[in-house]
Design a protein around this ligand. Structure first.
Ligand SMILES: NC(=O)c1ccc[n+]([C@@H]2O[C@H](COP(=O)([O-])OP(=O)(O)OC[C@H]3O[C@@H](n4cnc5c(N)ncnc54)[C@H](O)[C@@H]3O)[C@@H](O)[C@H]2O)c1
Length: 434
């Protein structure tokens, strides 16, 4: 199938790079977002998200004249839906954005069009939710128009490269739809394109992230065991991973982002009676910020046996859900800060990728210096390169704190001790009570 013009709904971390990449590969692209701020920012040459290389890509796409930004769809050969699929307070998938996007496409749908859902979705979303909404156009899915699901597997921080190089799964509601999807994405995808049915493709994405979540949960549980038994989990992991068939992940403050901590719930919601392991893993990872709080309580510089955090001045470094990105969604680092504030600590947080922050419950500083200047205790929550490469001696000059809690194994160098800091690491045997 030949595609000249496509319409991408949702211009966030996934939709904007996708729309721009199609545009720089010669297709006419309408990038649509319902958020007027996003539309205005992009139209004025700005960028509302941080992703390495994205500014140049978007500028190239807009400059070529192939990418136009709009607040509503228009007729096209293909439509791509890349809108959010968060969960509700009760952990059920919020499919309202997907429903709205499909509803917005329906009036513009023409015979022969292809629609691709990229948003991570519960099993059967494409056939049970998206197809019926699109069929309000009076066109029949699989006959008059083609419909496919294609999960996005890019890694934030490396989205532009992975968009092109990763293998891509395309699941059609029938074979013609899958083949049309392959024709569309082969515009720029250099990785293998693998065809399947729509529900399998939905499951593939959910299985990938659930697998990651379960593996992170076991790593976090190992960190608790290591603390209990006076073992350094980082060393134990390193040794265990010398086994040819073992690959234990790193523990940390929990699981965040709007994928790994969210997607397993889509499977739990779809089949609560047969997902015990998945539910347990979610529970372990969701509790990890409380475990970190306990670690901090025990590490208080005055050796306060009651471990009272009330009035303690704590600098929390890093707030995003993982290293070297600005994405704060579901961040366990923020959970740790909230727990600290709830326990009465005076938290001064600093996130180098988003200096201008306002999070209810604790203070966000605009500079590292402001976060550190009055601190008694420093907690490293995210292994941003800029934080783990800090010079300990320079840090010692700008803070009175001499106690560090490293939750991410970022400050391992001996120079920290030489600069006068006492470093406590998560999973390094500190909670044995010995
Ligand atoms: N961010 C990632 O790394 C990643 C990786 C894999 C999969 N995903 C999945 O991709 C999907 C999109 O994620 P994201 O990170 O790009 O989200 P995002 O929040 O960064 O962007 C989504 C955009 O969609 C817009 N939007 C909402 N409703 C809309 C509608 N009806 N029409 C047009 N625009 C609409 C929002 O205003 C927002 O700008 C989600 O399902 C997510 O789970 C994300």
């Amino acid at each position: 199938m030949n595609f000249q013009k496509i319409c991408v709904l949702g211009l966030g971390y996934i939709g904007l790079p996708t729309a721009s990449t199609f545009a720089t590969h010669g297709l006419e692209v309408i990038g649509v977002d319902v958020n007027t701020k996003v539309v205005e920012t992009l139209k004025n040459g700005g960028l509302h998200i941080h992703e390495p290389g994205l500014r140049i890509l978007v500028q190239a796409a807009l400059g070529s004249g192939n990418l136009r930004i709009s607040d509503q769809p228009e007729s096209a050969d293909a439509f791509i839906i890349a809108v959010p699929t968060p969960f509700l307070a009760d952990k059920r998938a919020d499919m309202s954005f997907v429903r709205a996007a499909a509803g917005a496409i329906a009036p513009y749908l023409s015979p022969g069009n292809l629609v691709v859902l990229e948003s991570t979705s519960p099993p059967r979303t494409t056939v049970d939710i998206v197809a019926p909404i699109l069929e309000r156009s009076r066109l029949v899915a699989g006959e008059d128009f083609l419909l496919a699901y294609s999960p996005e597997r890019v890694l934030p921080g490396q989205i532009l490269r992975e968009l092109i190089e990763n293998a891509r799964v395309i699941g059609g509601i029938n074979e013609t739809s899958a083949l049309a999807g392959r024709d569309l994405y082969s515009t720029f995808v250099r990785g293998e394109i693998v065809l399947t049915d729509a529900t399998t493709a939905e499951m593939v994405k959910l299985m990938e992230n659930t697998y990651r979540d379960v593996n992170i949960a076991i790593a976090n549980e190992f960190s608790r065991l290591a603390d209990r038994f006076g073992v350094d989990v980082w060393e134990a992991n390193r040794l265990a991973n010398r086994h040819p068939r073992v690959e234990i992940l790193n523990p940390g403050p929990g699981v965040g982002g709007h994928c790994i901590g969210v997607d397993p719930w889509f499977l739990v919601e779809a089949a609560p009676d047969i997902t015990q392991l998945i539910q347990s893993a979610r529970q372990v990872n969701d509790q990890q910020p409380e475990f970190v709080l306990e670690l901090i309580r025990r590490t208080l510089p005055d050796g306060d046996s009651a471990g009272s955090l009330r009035g303690k001045r704590i600098a929390a470094l890093g707030l995003s859900y993982k290293a070297n990105v600005d994405d704060l969604r579901e961040s366990p680092a923020i959970e740790v800060c909230k727990h600290l504030a709830d326990a009465g600590a005076l938290v001064s947080a600093y996130e180098p990728y988003k200096a201008d922050l306002n999070i209810p419950g604790f203070k966000c500083e605009t500079s590292l210096e402001d976060a550190l200047i009055n601190a008694e205790l420093i907690v490293l929550l995210v292994p941003h390169t800029t934080l783990v490469t800090l010079d300990p001696h320079k840090l010692a000059d700008i803070t009175p704190a001499r106690t560090l809690i490293d939750v991410v194994n970022g400050w391992t160098d001996r120079s920290w001790q030489e600069a006068g800091f006492r470093v406590t690491r998560l999973g390094a045997g500190t909670m044995s009570g010995q």
